[in-house]
Design a protein around this ligand. Structure first.
Ligand code: DC
Length: 230
């Protein structure tokens, strides 16, 4: 890794659930020698902690009152990203069904967003990073040199997500993805949308390698200092 060669570059990758943001963002970070931040994992970590504390995640006031308590830390190595809550690694736990079905309502609570926004901006710091989420190009880092909005049609997303999870029920995965899209796009604070200046990449008919190539090209064009790491 050689982040010193590209000190300030920020690549923002926003998009719907299951559009391939994580694999794409990690791949781009590896190719360019940049760090990687998964902001969805931060919302999931907050949700995991709330559930563990017995906070009713549908009670907005209770969630808002608790949002300042956990210490959430993200490790930004794209080859081995980590997420800890009060020092405990919860990388595996946050992918479970319980967290997945509660994370969208938790993410709609303004106090949760304000708390995590602060941590996200701190982690981005001086740049040299690929950041994935829903509101990176619109709210967290609108000045990002490269902004991408990644989408794929719902059938493709549900099939990919089901395969990733080793399941077989594509229809129920699709229903859960669409429900999360509905909440993520409809909330009042920082809804999922195409940020000003973002390039829309539809990954439905592209391979992962093709999507990564496209974003690496955008990054290289954005700054003469950006080079692929060997
Ligand atoms: O990318 P993901 O599926 O791990 O994200 C989990 C949830 O977190 C998603 O349903 C919406 C929320 N989220 C958000 O509101 N803002 C972000 N920047 C990232 C994720």
């Amino acid at each position: 890794m050689n982040p010193a060669a590209t000190p300030s570059l920020v690549v923002a990758v926003d998009g719907t659930s299951g559009s391939g943001k994580s694999s794409t963002s990690r791949g781009v970070a590896e190719r360019l020698g940049l760090r990687y931040l998964d902001t969805g994992a931060m919302f999931r970590a907050m949700t995991w902690w709330l559930l563990r504390e017995g906070v009713d995640v549908r009670d907005e006031a209770a969630v808002a009152a608790a949002a300042g308590r956990p210490t959430i830390e993200s490790g930004t190595d794209p080859l081995a990203p980590t997420i800890t809550v009060d020092g405990v690694d919860v990388s595996v736990e946050i992918r479970g069904e319980e967290v997945t079905s509660a994370v969208s309502p938790v993410s709609a609570v303004p106090e949760v967003r304000a708390r995590l926004l602060e941590l996200q901006r701190e982690a981005i710091g001086a740049g040299g990073i690929v950041v994935e989420g829903r509101d990176i190009g619109s709210v967290v880092w609108p000045q990002a040199e490269v902004k991408v909005y990644l989408s794929a049609d719902p059938d493709a997303r549900a099939e990919r997500r089901t395969a990733e999870q080793g399941g077989t029920d594509v229809a129920s995965t699709q229903q859960s993805l669409l429900e999360r899209d509905r909440i993520d796009s409809g909330r009042a604070t920082a809804p999922l949308k195409i940020a000003d200046g973002a390039v829309h990449v539809d990954s439905t008919h592209l391979t992962l390698a093709e999507v990564i190539d496209r974003i690496v090209d955008l990054a290289v064009q954005s700054s003469p200092e950006v080079r692929e790491s060997s």
